[in-house]
Write a protein that binds this ligand. Structure first.
Ligand SMILES: Nc1nc2c(ncn2[C@@H]2O[C@H](COP(=O)(O)OP(=O)(O)OP(=O)(O)O)[C@@H](O)[C@H]2O)c(=O)[nH]1
Ligand SMILES: [Mg+2]
Length: 300
């Protein structure tokens, strides 16, 4: 499935990011714990090369803990500070990560008798939970959130405590979209708008992925016991398992397709991580676009 999508606001977001980088002390990069490879923006490695930064694997509640642990070891082994978080539930781990990240700056200021506000920018592809984390750290709803991409349209500074300000940014998505497997997975997690993808084909691809990674999920939720099923036959099995029939007994494939995507996104199928570290599940790592190395992002 080829997804050709490059909306203007992404290009604008990249320019804004570059402008803002000079003005912040540190950067929090958020990715989705279910897709720690595909939901990272490959340009960031290069753009953030001189910045204090931490990578947070959010929505850890939806991922398999043992694989999240492997991903953290993988990133740490490449010298990347990282932590797994569930921003919707608490911000403790994220706060600790921010403290570690900014400690040196704060201590330097204190040694000179000044305590200035530390500014941290939060970046990541759409829908990974940037605004959710900021709300959680702020202690109330200050940034708009929603389970679709492009909710945050502009940069927004949010004060969190006396000496900390966070910058919420619009989700950025480029050029992982050159990689059709990564693009498809980004559509699973609503980092790409449903309006620009064939959701029927997407739900079948998702069922196929789940069938090869965690077939027991499909058995439990949809009563699918034959893990050799592929293509539309999987969607048909969902219809039978859940009784999605139209008048006359015809299978309601459209309904099954929508339900599969919704239930996966809501975590109703259970925890699943769609990518393993080191194992290259994408056909080709995306080309480096800014002369940067991409070997730290799990694509090798
Ligand atoms: N299960 C789960 N859902 C989460 C978590 N964090 C955020 N979400 C949900 O993910 C969706 C997207 O959250 P946002 O905070 O709007 O994401 P964003 O990165 O700011 O998105 P854009 O502004 O569109 O780039 C919302 O429905 C949140 O409720 C989490 O830790 N676990
Ligand atoms: Mg947002």
């Amino acid at each position: 499935m080829q997804i050709n999508w490059y909306p203007g606001h992404m290009a604008k977001a990249k320019r804004l990011l570059q402008d803002q980088l000079a003005r912040v002390d540190a950067v929090i990069e958020i990715c989705d714990a279910r897709l720690p490879y595909s939901s990272r923006n490959p340009d960031l490695n290069y753009m953030l090369r001189n910045k204090a930064r931490v990578l947070l694997l959010n929505k850890a509640d939806l991922a398999q803990p043992e694989i999240t642990k492997k991903w953290l070891e993988f990133f740490q082994g490449r010298g990347i500070q990282c932590a797994a978080i569930t921003a919707e539930q608490n911000a403790r781990e994220a706060l600790r990560a921010i403290e570690r990240l900014t400690r040196e700056k704060v201590q330097k200021g204190e040694a000179r008798g000044v305590r200035r506000t530390v500014r941290v920018m939060v970046v990541g592809v759409p829908n990974v939970g940037k605004s959710t984390l900021i709300n959680r750290l702020h202690g109330g709803v200050i940034a708009r959130v929603g389970d679709r991409p492009g909710v945050t349209r502009a940069n927004q500074w949010v004060r969190v405590g006396e000496y900390l300000e966070l910058l919420d940014t619009p989700g950025m998505l480029w050029p992982r979209l050159d990689d059709p497997v990564a693009a498809r997975r980004l559509a699973y997690i609503s980092a790409i708008r449903d309006e620009v993808v064939d959701t029927f084909a997407l739900s079948i691809a998702l069922l196929e992925d789940m069938c090869s990674i965690r077939p027991e999920m499909l058995e439990k939720r949809y009563k699918i016991t034959d893990d050799s099923l592929r293509g539309q036959a999987l969607l048909e099995a969902v219809c039978r398992g859940r009784g999605f029939l139209m008048r006359g007994g015809e299978l309601d494939l459209e309904r099954a397709s929508a339900v599969v995507l919704d239930e996966f996104r809501d975590g109703k199928l259970g925890r699943i991580t769609l990518e393993m570290p080191h194992i290259n599940q994408t056909p080709q790592p995306p080309k480096a676009t800014s002369g940067e190395k991409t070997d730290e992002d799990g694509s090798n």
